[in-house]
Design a protein around this ligand. Structure first.
Ligand code: AMP
Length: 584
């Protein structure tokens, strides 16, 4: 195909704004294209010169392009600069200013009937390949040669392609729609192409295979080492109880949610490539992860999914995302690597020694992951808890917040919980601290126990067991575990505060089920004001139990303040809580 035909289609694209019209224009072009040029047409339409993950750099700054235009037009560089200011777009400058084609550059291209797509590709490849000293001049001449042969409209789009200023409002989705419409009869077939695209991240490859082999070829596209695949995404729900309704399995794996950068690692022997969530190659940014993947992943080949998190090795705590961002740099990587160590927390494996694991369920993939990771403090698998009980999900969530994590990701254990590249489905559901909406009323609860802390809280308590007062039975019935909302000094002081109330066994008036038994028991003395998000039925708490044995619990409790003026019997009663629950 001639580049002129494509340029004319681009011009048409620029004039329309409806998706349907754009799809039609592109589909027409795709139908005319050969299987060996259709990939380039896709890239050019998206303003790229190759699959975006390939990091192809032409190395042509605006200045060099201006020099090329100057050379091709025989006009002084200052004229080109002035025109750039006037017209505001180098493409327009190239369109208007180069008048006479001349023969000075004929040796660069052997062209008879005008530039073909292949010629443009060859030219761009030459530009990309020239490097080292003197390369700017070479690049400049190659572009000048192309411009001197091209017609005005071709010059416009060639320059825009090179300066990355193509703007038709066409994205990947429109290109996929147009491909489906051109080769499969309807844009309704797009999901089939999208599924393959999510695996290979190369829209040109999809177009090429589709043109050549239609769906038979597309179905054969699979994940490949060192080619990024779109990561699976997590859905969100607006109410905590929806997690259980939507997740599609009774067993839920609740994983810690880390606040770092998603990294997909490809290992093939001693070669490791790392990709970001946006599928860019970030291998050089994380030499430490590269080394740890080489060393501690026990298989020859693997594709892994996980989160890189800034980490304080001495204290064994994670830093927030902002700290990690300081590692995003081209220079001084080694120095920053030492200052800000990163821990790679793995939560999935998608490929193992020649075999794709995508169609295996989450429990099977997790088992594979456990088998291949030699765990240590720089590379590990995500901590998790398996449960069929929402209260335990809540409890794990609270623990995560106490350990300065963002929240949890609940994962379905259904046999159909495949790894779905690029998809946001309910097989993964995220729950973050900001999701919890708040109750208007606070509760005054009596502390009767505490759980020992881990990680950052190893010298204090992880959380407190809180109860409401039942005046009929004169009993303290459990409502929640409280671990969030404390300032650091308050947290540190907890063991000191409760020391005088420590007892060896459960206080006589307390009703506590085995599943929530704390590490330490206290005489019911201290009252605490707590804010929560929601009251829910719970099989593990004893507050206002109904005939089936279910109590009421407070979700997402947060410490507000101590209430020294209140006696335990002044605490919120279980009847009040029952009323609040029914009124919600
Ligand atoms: P968000 O960015 O808030 O939409 O949450 C989804 C992101 O959480 C994913 O893209 C991952 O980068 C990150 N994440 C952290 N921990 C996990 C985990 N255990 N499982 C899945 N994703 C996780």
């Amino acid at each position: 195909m001639l580049f002129k035909d494509l340029s004319e289609a681009f011009e048409e694209l620029e004039k329309v704004s409806s998706q349907t019209e754009m799809i039609k224009i592109l589909a027409d072009i795709f139908k005319q294209a050969d299987e060996d040029e259709i990939d380039k047409i896709c890239y050019y339409t998206l303003g790229e010169t190759a699959a975006s993950y390939k990091k192809v750099t032409l190395g042509m700054a605006e200045k060099i392009v201006q020099q090329s235009i100057s050379l091709a037009s025989n006009l002084d560089i200052d004229v080109i600069k002035d025109e750039t200011n006037n017209l505001g777009d180098l493409g327009e400058v190239a369109f208007t200013i180069i008048e006479n084609n001349d023969n000075r550059f004929k040796t660069f291209f052997d062209i008879e009937n005008g530039l073909t797509i292949q010629d443009i590709d060859n030219g761009l490849n030459k530009i990309t390949m020239s490097s080292g000293s003197g390369s700017a001049e070479v690049k400049q001449k190659i572009l000048a040669a192309m411009l001197s042969i091209a017609s005005p409209i071709e010059r416009k789009y060639l320059v825009r392609l090179i300066t990355r200023t193509m703007e038709f409002g066409v994205g990947e989705a429109t290109v996929l729609n147009a491909l489906a419409s051109a080769f499969l009869g309807s844009k309704k077939e797009k999901p089939k192409l999208e599924a393959a695209y999510n695996l290979c991240s190369d829209i040109g490859l999809i177009a090429h295979v589709l043109d050549k082999e239609r769906l038979t070829g597309i179905k054969k596209i699979n994940i490949t080492l060192h080619i990024p695949m779109k990561p699976m995404l997590a859905q969100r729900v607006s109410k905590f109880s929806e997690i259980k309704q939507k997740i599609n399995s009774s067993l839920i794996a609740v994983e810690e949610k880390y606040d770092g950068e998603r990294i997909e690692a490809h290992k093939d022997g001693q070669t490791v490539t790392l990709f970001s969530r946006r599928l860019t190659d970030v291998t050089t940014q994380y030499p430490d992860i590269v080394e740890n993947v080489k060393r501690y992943i026990k298989t020859e080949q693997a594709i892994l999914d996980g989160e890189a998190v800034a980490y304080n090795v001495k204290e064994d705590v994670f830093y927030p995302f902002q700290k990690l961002m300081q590692r995003r740099r081209k220079y001084n990587v080694e120095e920053y690597m030492k200052n800000i160590p990163v821990k790679y927390m793995l939560f999935d494996v998608i490929y193992r020694d020649g075999q794709s694991l995508m169609k295996k369920s989450y429990p099977e993939r997790r088992k594979n992951l456990e088998e291949i990771v030699e765990k240590n403090n720089l590379i590990n698998v995500a901590n998790r808890r398996l449960t069929d009980n929402l209260d335990e999900v809540d409890e794990f969530f609270q623990e995560c917040l106490n350990n300065n994590l963002e929240g949890v990701v609940c994962k379905s254990c259904s046999p159909r919980s495949y790894y779905q590249a690029g998809a946001r489905k309910y097989y993964w559901i995220k729950w973050k601290k900001d999701y919890a909406s708040e109750l208007r009323d606070t509760l005054d609860l009596v502390v009767i126990g505490a759980y020992s802390g881990r990680g950052r809280r190893r010298n204090t308590y992880g959380s407190l067991l809180c109860t409401a007062y039942n005046p009929e039975k004169d009993a303290f019935q459990t409502v929640c575990k409280l671990g969030t909302g404390f300032s650091d000094p308050e947290l540190e002081n907890l063991p000191q505060k409760f020391r005088q109330f420590l007892i060896n066994s459960k206080p006589a008036r307390a009703e506590v089920l085995k599943t929530v038994e704390p590490t330490y028991y206290f005489t019911p003395k201290i009252v605490v004001e707590v804010l929560g998000a929601e009251l829910t039925k719970s099989p593990i708490h004893t507050c206002a139990q109904d005939e089936t044995g279910k109590g009421i619990s407070l979700r997402f409790p947060r410490f507000i303040r101590w209430r020294p003026e209140k006696s335990p019997e002044d605490a919120t009663t279980t009847t009040e809580i029952l009323n609040m629950y029914t009124e919600q």
